[in-house]
Ligand binder design. Structure first.
Ligand code: ADP
Length: 151
C-alpha cells in the first residue's frame, strides 16, 4: 500500500491544504494528514478542533486519515509504514524551506518527499493569513473548507 504522510499544523486547514490532499489521494492509496504537536507553539484552534475540521472535510473519503504526532516526522512515517511525505509548494520561499527539510529527511531515512505545486487559485492562502482575517472579524469563508466555518 502506497501511504503518504501530509504533515503540518493545520491551524486551521485551508482550501490550499484541501487541494493538496484531494490531489494526493489520486497519487497514493492513502493520505495520512498528520497534525504535529509542538508544545512551544501557540495555536488559535485546539488540537481537537483542528482534527475535527479535517475529519469533517474528508468524512466521505476513506483514503484520508487524520492523526496527531509528536517527534521527528520521519520516525512517525516509519512507525505507520508511510514511505512518502507529501508537501505543497506555493512560492520560491516554500521551495527553499522545503528543500532543506527534504534533504535532511533523506539523510535520516529513505523516505521520499513528493511536492505538488499549489493550484493557482489557492496559492496565496496561508493558515497565518486566515488566522489574521478571523482575528479581525473578516470574511474568511472563501479561504477554508466549510467544516471550519461550523463552530
Ligand atoms: P506548518 O505550519 O508546519 O508550516 P502548514 O500547516 O502551514 O505547516 O502547511 C502544511 C503543508 O501544506 C506544507 O507542505 C505547505 O506547503 C502546504 N500548504 C500550506 N498552504 C498551502 C496552500 N495555500 N496551498 C497548498 N499547500 C499549502
Amino acid at each position: 500500500m502506497k501511504r503518504a504522510l501530509f504533515p503540518g499544523s493545520f491551524d486551521p486547514i485551508t482550501n490550499g491544504h484541501y487541494d493538496i490532499i484531494k490531489r494526493g489521494v489520486k497519487l497514493f492509496d492513502e493520505v495520512v494528514v498528520a497534525i504535529g504537536i509542538n508544545a512551544d507553539k501557540n495555536y488559535m484552534f485546539s488540537l481537537e478542533e483542528r482534527k475535527n475540521f479535517i475529519e469533517k472535510a474528508f468524512e466521505n473519503n476513506e483514503k484520508v486519515k487524520v492523526v496527531t504526532y509528536e517527534g521527528l516526522t520521519v520516525d512517525f512515517c516509519e512507525s505507520i509504514d508511510a514511505k512518502f511525505i507529501l508537501r505543497g509548494l506555493r512560492n520560491p520561499a516554500d521551495f527553499e524551506f522545503e528543500k532543506a527539510i527534504a534533504h535532511t529527511n533523506r539523510k535520516l531515512s529513505k523516505i521520499e518527499t513528493v511536492f505538488l505545486l499549489t493550484a493557482a487559485k489557492t496559492s496565496f492562502i496561508s493558515s497565518s493569513i486566515v488566522r489574521d482575517v478571523i482575528r479581525h472579524k473578516g470574511d474568511y469563508t472563501l479561504l477554508v473548507p466549510e467544516s471550519v466555518l461550523v463552530k
